[in-house]
Design a protein around this ligand. Structure first.
Ligand code: MG
Length: 265
């Protein structure tokens, strides 16, 4: 199932199910998608798609693709590099990524597969994760590289400016999506910048979610960004950062496309 979170014509936030982005209506979901829910058969008009989840925490993973580690000549880490993004950075499909006045010059894209937690968990084993995952969506771990690599010694600011966490367009549930080996791409204003497969993960999804659950309680709606493949803007020669008027697409096989235009603050 593809779960969308959307505003209806009366401004209510609803959850529903759709088949494709072209649909103007969603089949309404009754109940709580984080406990018991069912499809109602009732169609409701979509006024605006929202980020498919409003997360209490956004947990992100640093280096997690072997091909990216190789490209950047970095050592394969022994355990996942974990950081956080502020939830105020979350936007949905179609919303604008804003180049912030404070750091507009080196804003970069990162295509990422995002895991959405469905049930509270702690200390779960890799073979238990499907009992706790609601599903998967596309994410863009937008990053101000000047802040990340030169100005600050922590990544919090670089990764958390408003609009720096596009998520969407919907959540695909685990019975329809296996994250082990799917194609993941970013396309910047028509040019393919990243094109890899999740089979290059250093820490595959089951091990990663189990690892995180051994550190923190994972609450329902938590979004986990699982790292990015090679081809990000700052590593290119010459570097290619986001500019006003660009459009960034994150595309994951089996999920779809997350599209966001770029504007200046
Ligand atoms: Mg990232």
């Amino acid at each position: 199932m593809r779960i969308v979170r959307f505003k209806d014509v009366d401004g209510n936030v609803r959850f529903g199910s759709v088949e494709s982005k072209a649909e103007a209506e969603a089949e309404l979901i009754a109940g709580d998608i984080f406990s018991d829910f069912e499809l109602t058969g009732k169609k409701v008009a979509i006024k605006k798609l929202l980020a498919p989840v409003d997360p209490p925490n956004v947990i992100a993973i640093g280096l997690n693709y072997r091909d990216h580690a190789k490209e950047s000549k970095m050592k394969i880490p022994d355990h996942p590099v974990v950081f956080m993004k502020l939830t105020t950075a979350v936007i949905g499909d179609g919303d604008s990524i804003v180049l912030p006045k404070e750091a507009p010059d080196e804003v970069d894209y990162e295509a990422e597969l995002v895991v959405v937690i469905g049930k509270r968990c702690k200390h779960i084993s890799p073979d238990q994760i499907n009992d706790y995952i609601l599903g998967y969506t596309c994410g863009n771990d937008v990053s101000a590289r000047d802040c990340q690599l030169r100005f600050d010694s922590q990544w919090a600011r670089a990764k958390s400016f408003d609009t720096f966490c596009p998520l969407g367009p919907w959540i695909v549930t685990p019975e329809e999506f296996d994250p082990a080996d799917v194609r993941i791409k970013s396309i910047l204003s028509g040019e393919v910048m990243q094109d890899s497969r999740t089979s290059h993960f250093i820490f595959p999804i089951p091990e990663l979610i189990s690892y995180l659950s051994r550190q923190f309680t994972l609450l329902p709606r938590t979004a986990i960004m699982t790292g990015t493949p090679p081809g990000v803007g700052f590593a290119r020669k010459p570097p290619r950062f986001l500019r006003e008027g660009d459009e960034v697409i994150i595309e994951i096989e089996g999920i779809g496309q997350l599209k966001n235009p770029v504007v200046k603050e």
